[in-house]
Design a protein around this ligand. Structure first.
Ligand code: HEM
Length: 214
């Protein structure tokens, strides 16, 4: 993409965190699914077989949490709820059908992305906490059997919800043409920014200040 017609949207450090986290996520999700049904047992081959998968799964889970914690610190300020978010949800049908409603004036991330951000961060926190409770042989002996049972349930339920959220996230990332550039090269076209995130476009290009001065 021509750098003159593009704007930096995602920093190198955030992109590296995102993609390392994605690799870990797929390894952890596949090895986790291998324990859900006997017919999926073969999936633990992604981590070198049942014994190795059982050892590596929790460590890679912690790595996912740390990468996401870094992304949280870098991106939380753009994902805070704002007064206009309700209007975006009220018009979500129009947004999904590709019609752009000017008065929504979306910032860096739209309210749907914000919801996904908080969903991912909430579920990964539940997965970490419940994962520690059920982590044999290190931590599980510190907890009672009923608590470990609750931990197992919370871990499985949050994992399924997170996988469903991520399927939606990947679908939307490819469905909104030009979005993947944001995480691949870091740059998006000015046109994409103006159409999908007009308020962020004005802030990123300094147009908001020019508007204020005139
Ligand atoms: C093939 C898999 C994936 C693709 C193609 C993908 C794509 C993307 C893209 C394009 C963005 C930037 C959107 C924008 O700038 O508007 C993004 C952001 C993000 N992704 Fe992914 N992603 C994938 C997997 C994941 C996974 C597995 C997770 C977490 C478990 C995740 C968590 C996030 C988060 C937290 C953000 C920041 C969103 C925000 O701040 O609102 N992604 N992803």
């Amino acid at each position: 993409m021509n750098k003159r017609n593009s704007i930096l949207r995602t920093s190198y450090a955030v992109r590296i965190s995102h993609w390392l986290m994605v690799i870990c996520f797929f390894l952890v999700a596949m090895s986790g699914l291998s324990w859900f049904f006997p017919s999926l047992n073969w999936l633990n081959g992604v981590l070198g077989g049942p014994q190795l998968a059982r050892i590596l799964h929790p460590f890679l889970g912690v790595a996912i949490f740390l990468f996401l914690a870094y992304m949280f610190l870098r991106l939380v300020k753009y994902n805070l709820p704002e007064a206009g978010d309700g209007k975006w949800f009220a018009n979500v049908g129009q947004v999904m059908s590709g019609k752009h409603v000017d008065e929504l004036d979306t910032g860096k991330y739209n309210p749907g992305q914000k919801l996904l951000f908080w969903g991912i961060m909430g579920l990964i926190s539940l997965l970490l906490i419940s994962g520690v409770v059920i982590w044999r042989p290190y931590f599980a002996p510190l907890f009672s059997i009923p608590l470990i049972r609750i931990g197992l349930f919370v871990h499985a339920a949050s994992a399924v919800l997170l996988m469903l959220l991520i399927i939606g996230h990947i679908y939307l990332a490819f469905w909104v043409k030009g979005s993947v550039d944001s995480m691949a090269t870091g740059y998006v076209s000015r046109k994409w920014a103006r159409v999908h995130h007009p308020r962020w476009y004005r802030q990123a290009t300094g147009e908001a200040e020019k508007k204020g001065q005139s």
